[in-house]
Design a protein. Structure first.
Length: 277
């Protein structure tokens, strides 16, 4: 429901390029520009061809590539699908980074935590994300990541606290409002969920997953016509998306329900007329 693994897989890519700006300074002494180019190229290769990315990182590390090269190697392993090995390397890397580099260490731990979550190691993932938050408590992404874990555990009160904090830190953080809407919906706070989902659509107009969710919420409050309109919007604007598939299923279900209701009403009228005779 919450698409946590999909989100975390996508988040890995985002973290890579956030980390890029932090790793560059410690990977460089004499030729910052050259090292930056190497790091960027290595990460891009890691995503498109993990085997070649790992080899490039290894060669770079042998040529004094340092932390940046080791990070590229770990990332290559993650993109290659070996989340446990990649996470282990990231944890070792974090321990080798100078203590005062708290923001960088938090980014590395977050990546490791995301990889472990994709392997179903929820407890260990939560521990790493909590440590990452302690190192960098001003990063709203970290609270959202930990919230996804708490949602998986049905720890809705704690998840809401994390999501609230993410929004306090960044009032324009659309993903945080989206996940908070999910939690509020499952906590039966439909009005609160609608408020959050409408905020998502203010920040990210037309976002298919948010329009789909708004349709779900409208259906829950009895606004079937409004729900149908939202689902039709998705089908029109993103016809090949997963959200469009879900919207089609919901419309079919809604039509079947209406057909049953009409049939039941017709039967009741017929029975009433027969009774009067």
């Amino acid at each position: 429901m919450y698409q946590s693994q999909t989100r975390l897989g996508n988040m890995l890519r985002q973290w890579l390029f956030l980390t890029w700006f932090i790793l560059n300074p410690i990977a460089v002494h004499s030729s910052e520009s050259e090292q930056s180019v190497k790091y960027d190229a290595c990460l891009r290769l890691a995503e498109t061809n993990p085997i070649k990315g790992y080899k490039k990182g290894l060669e770079w590390y042998a040529a004094n590539g340092g932390v940046a090269a080791r990070h590229c190697m770990a990332v290559s392993i993650l993109f290659g699908g070996d989340n446990l090995n990649g996470a282990s390397r990231l944890e070792v890397l974090e321990r080798d980074i100078p203590k005062e580099k708290t923001v960088l260490r938090s980014q590395i731990l977050a990546q490791a935590g995301q990889a472990l979550l994709m392997e179903g190691l929820v407890d260990r993932s939560s521990q790493l994300l909590t440590k990452a938050i302690h190192l960098n408590p001003e990063n709203p992404e970290l609270y959202l990541d930990r919230a996804t874990i708490r949602i998986e555990r049905f720890e809705y009160i704690q998840a809401l606290k994390d999501l609230d904090q993410a929004i306090v830190l960044d009032p324009t953080f659309g993903d945080a409002y989206l996940y908070r809407a999910y939690v509020k919906r499952d906590s039966k706070d439909i009005a609160g969920a609608l408020t959050d989902i409408n905020r998502v659509l203010e920040l990210l107009p037309g976002l298919p997953i948010a329009v789909l969710e708004r349709g779900f919420l409208k259906e829950l409050i009895g606004d079937e016509n409004g729900a149908r309109k939202d689902w039709e919007i998705i089908i029109k604007q993103a016809p090949k998306s997963e959200e469009s598939k879900a919207a089609r299923i919901k419309i079919i279900s809604l039509d079947e329900k209406r057909s049953r209701d009409r049939t039941e009403k017709s039967v009741n009228i017929s029975n009433g007329s027969a009774s009067e005779k």
